[in-house]
Ligand binder design. Sequence first.
Ligand code: FE2
Ligand code: FE2
Length: 131
Amino acid sequence: MALFTWKDEYLLGLEPLDFEHKDLFECINNLYEQCRIQTEGAEVEDCLGQLHVRLVAHFALEEKTMCEMKNPHYEAHKAEHDRFLEEVTEVVASFGTNPDEEHLEAFTIRVKEWILAHITTTDRQLVTRGR
Ligand SMILES: [Fe+2]
Ligand SMILES: [Fe+2]
């Protein structure tokens, strides 16, 4: 069973960002699947690398969009991205030198929870009133 199920209530109505949010869900489901079937370290590492690259690209696009929309929460929102990216970068780097598959599932769940909470609260501020 997939870890994440996309729901249309997560849509912001900003197409490129919605597309990437769905893509991140898929990427995390893929990583979760790799944990469950206990694939080789190299494949897991590849999946982690993909997640990292997509997160970097997504945050960059979202921050650019916020700048263009002159969103007043830009600094706080970017700080959330930066803190999370630091955490992910550390896990990805340490997995490369010391693959620890036992903790990978917990990490995958942590990423899922962060993304879901972030999309439904902080990202939502991009399109809600009083922003
Ligand atoms: Fe965001
Ligand atoms: Fe986002």
